[in-house]
Design a protein around this ligand. Structure first.
Ligand code: ZN
Length: 208
């Protein structure tokens, strides 16, 4: 559900601390956001450590990613607002740099998407009730040109409207959207775990 700014802030601070505890937002990596009831977005400001966030490190932007309160948004802010525009079911987005997700994107160089199947953890995705299901995640090349990346994200989700609101950026990180902050965090944890399994399979030469 959408929240007020005052409701969203403590959830984002808590999510930052939890992601930091897992080592997934090293240095000033990652950004966290929540859709607000007035149609704007609460998001972490540029350049702060996500494990040390205080309320002043959260700002409001409009759906085009422009600051509404004079604070400096992260360069990755358009990737949050872009996903909110694309996916009305998404109210919270966590972008982090977990190790297996970063490595996996590099290991599958040249593939535009990866399909995961056979894992119990797949049941974290909406509408998945068995490990025998398969879930396809988009993998985009990294770039510093956020509008070019967002065009690719827009095109992929337009072509795959049923896909989970999740994607990898190669050698960079993982972006997860969900209805709630907790939902986005659980999905982040599950994907990082799934991709660690896939990397392990590759090392054991069980890769499909
Ligand atoms: Zn990033």
């Amino acid at each position: 559900m959408t929240l007020s700014y005052d409701q969203a802030v403590p959830l984002l601070l808590d999510a930052g601390a939890r992601l930091d505890a897992r080592g997934w937002v090293a240095a000033t990596g990652g950004n966290l956001s929540h859709r607000l009831v007035d149609g704007s977005v609460a998001i972490t400001v540029s350049g702060r450590h996500k494990g040390d966030l205080v309320a002043d490190d959260i700002m409001r932007v409009d759906m085009a990613g422009a600051a509404l309160d004079g604070k400096k948004p992260s360069a990755e802010t358009p990737l949050h607002t872009g996903l909110y525009r694309l996916r009305p079911d998404v109210n919270a987005i966590l972008h982090s740099h977990p190790r297996s997700s970063v490595l996996f994107g590099l290991a599958r160089e040249g593939e535009g998407a990866v399909t995961l199947t056979g894992y119990e953890f797949l049941k974290v995705f909406p509408g998945v009730y068995t490990h025998e299901a398969s879930v396809t995640l988009a993998v985009f090349p990294n770039t510093q040109n956020m509008s070019a990346l967002q065009r690719q994200v827009d095109a992929w989700f337009a072509a795959n409207p049923q896909a989970p609101a999740v994607y990898l950026v190669r050698g960079h990180g993982l972006t997860v959207g969900a209805a709630t902050v907790d939902g986005a965090r659980y999905t982040t944890e599950a994907i990082e775990e799934l991709l660690a399994y896939e990397l392990g399979r590759g090392r054991l030469q069980w890769a499909p």
